[in-house]
Design a protein around this ligand. Sequence first.
Ligand code: ZN
Length: 175
Amino acid sequence: MTVRDIRIYGDPVLRAVAEKVNNIDGTLVGIVNDMIDTLRASSNGIGLAANQIGVDKQIFIYSLDEEGTPKVVINPVITESDGEWVYDEGCLSVPGLHWQIVRPKLVNRRGVDLNGNDIEVEADELFGRLIQHELDHLNGKLLLEYLDDEQVKEAKRAMRELIDQRKSGTGVPPL
Ligand code: ZN
């Protein structure tokens, strides 16, 4: 079991557009297993994109119920979106903060599973939100892009404090 460090806002890997996966091999399965361990070890995370553990690949995993094994999506694309939905959205890479963000309510998503099968799903509300959030990660976007200047300042301040605390080994335990 390898729980990796989750990269925090400010890390350049979170701004990079992840590379398409061409080959589902043992290395890729290893990365996915690390992602699953990392998500499970996180406090209440329901989704994780590969670049959040520093891997520049188009993969995300999610788990909408705590019991089951997280699902794996490779090379995801949103083919359709519809409606509008407000949700109090947070991110493991911006720990401890969340904001009311409006996005489409429903999306249609295509992608490939770990066996190489094409999977298409229609996702509503929280599931739809999760997919949009993870796809943003893989395109180098964070939820901060949906905020106003004041909220971005607040997030930057909080993340600087968190990083300082981690460096000095004081303060709250790392999330
Ligand atoms: Zn996130």
